[in-house]
Write a protein that binds this ligand. Structure first.
Ligand SMILES: *Cc1c(COP(=O)(O)O)cnc(C)c1O
Length: 419
């Protein structure tokens, strides 16, 4: 399961400028030492329990199972982790490691802001200085997450180069790290990027899969399939990790099918027809690229799956067939949000709803004696600006207009402060 010198078959590696080699090598050594140190492992487990709120429950989705009429459906409620999603598992792990290494400053990249929020929260908890690089376009689009990061005390640095989105934020964070390797740790947000990040992020996220394995064993459940959504791949690889070297269960990763198969309409790096091998941002994997090797535009209703690359280990496991890739359309994900909210009282994040959509398709094809486990990587509270305009378009617009009027009517700052 570990990479072979940073490679998972032909994917992975460490394709970075010379200045970044030393900090990456140092990180790899220190990470291995920390994970072999019972003191560090204990500290990590304590903070996972008391701060993140682990373990997260495994819910039997009884009504959903009955309605679909096939395999028993279980939902891993990862969205109940503090901050509302799995990203905190990685952020806390890396920040704890950075602290052990004597680094006082954390930098991170963020696209939609979820990883930025998780990192900002982890830094607040651990007393570390935090700067989050975020494309200027994303800063404008994702104000609620920018506010959260600032509430946790992080500085949000709006990146004005290039397309002013995620890939430019990554470049800027790498530049910062290259200039300040002794004081600073770069907390990368998914199981991708140059080695050792894919191994490290997987290991910090593997707490999900380890818990599921234990929870299934305790209840005598032998799952036929595990299903997770797949952006960069951190929740899926962490969920799958303890099962990869076994023949069963089936491991199913669901990419963003967006609005269709055309260029710029989805983010299907494994199942899409514009996908190809390439080297981007320090690692070799499968990407959505044009003929000149430039990143193609992507599209998804879920910000977290809207990315042109995928972690190298998943790309490799897709090639060997151990992980099966499929996709769900935006509208199927929206239907899944409704289905599980109404029937199970569980509000899936738009990303996680892609896994939910696959469960809805798969369960009826399997016998009632079979079981499947869906990872709900995050909860959907964060998505109200996406779901409400779809489910209640008129009322939502009216609400926004009246909120704006209320803010404009506030007589002075003091009024506004009290609101
Ligand atoms: C960011 C995010 C994802 C996608 O990232 P992975 O690295 O593929 O896990 C999925 N679900 C939620 C809730 C997210 O915030």
């Amino acid at each position: 399961m570990e990479s072979n010198n940073g490679f998972f078959n032909q994917y992975g590696g460490k394709y970075v400028a010379e200045v970044l080699r030393r900090p990456l090598d140092e990180l790899e050594v220190e990470f291995k030492k920390a994970m072999a140190d019972p003191e560090f492992v204990k500290e990590l487990e304590t903070i996972q329990r008391d701060y993140i709120g682990r373990e997260t429950p495994l819910l039997y989705a009884e009504t959903a199972t009955k309605l679909l009429g096939g395999a028993q459906i279980y939902i891993k409620l990862e969205g109940l982790a503090n901050t509302g999603a799995h990203k905190i598992n990685n952020a806390i792990g890396q920040c704890l490691l950075a602290k052990r290494m004597g680094k006082k400053r954390i930098i991170a990249e963020t696209g939609a802001g979820q990883h930025g929020v998780a990192t900002a929260a982890a830094c607040a908890k651990l007393g570390l200085d935090c700067t989050v690089y975020m494309g200027e376009v994303d800063v404008r689009r994702q104000q609620p997450n920018v506010s959260s990061m600032e509430m946790y005390g992080a500085k949000v640095h709006a990146v004005t180069s290039g397309s002013r989105t995620l890939k430019d934020a990554v470049n800027e964070a790498m530049r910062d790290w290259a200039a300040n390797p002794d004081t600073t740790h770069y907390c990368l947000g998914s199981a991708l990027g140059p080695a050792p990040f894919p191994d490290m992020v997987r290991d910090f996220q593997s707490v999900i899969g380890k818990e599921v394995k234990r929870q299934c064993a305790e209840r005598n459940i032998k799952p036929t399939a595990l299903i997770a959504c797949c952006g960069g791949g951190s929740n899926s690889i962490g969920f799958f990790a303890p099962f990869i070297d076994e023949k069963e269960p089936r491991l199913i990763a669901v990419e963003a099918g967006g609005i269709g198969p055309g260029i710029g309409e989805n983010a299907s790096r494994m199942t899409g027809n514009t996908s190809r091998e390439g080297i981007l941002q320090g690692y070799k994997s499968r990407f959505l690229l044009d003929d000149d090797g430039q990143a193609l535009p992507t599209r998804s209703i879920s910000a977290g799956l809207d990315y042109c690359g995928i972690g190298p280990q998943l790309a490799s496991l897709g090639k060997t067939g151990r992980v099966e890739f499929t996709s769900a359309l935006d509208k199927e994900a929206l239907e899944a949000v409704k289905f599980f909210a109404r029937n199970e009282g569980v509000l899936f994040a738009m990303e996680s709803a892609h896994a939910g959509a696959e469960a809805i398709k798969l369960a009826p094809k399997l016998g009632k004696d079979k079981a499947i486990v869906v990872n709900m990587s995050g909860r959907g509270d964060k998505d109200i600006f996406i779901t409400c305009p779809v489910f209640r378009p008129v009322e939502w617009k009216q609400f926004l207009i009246s909120e704006l009027e209320r803010l404009n009517d506030a007589k002075d700052i003091h009024d506004a402060e009290l609101m």
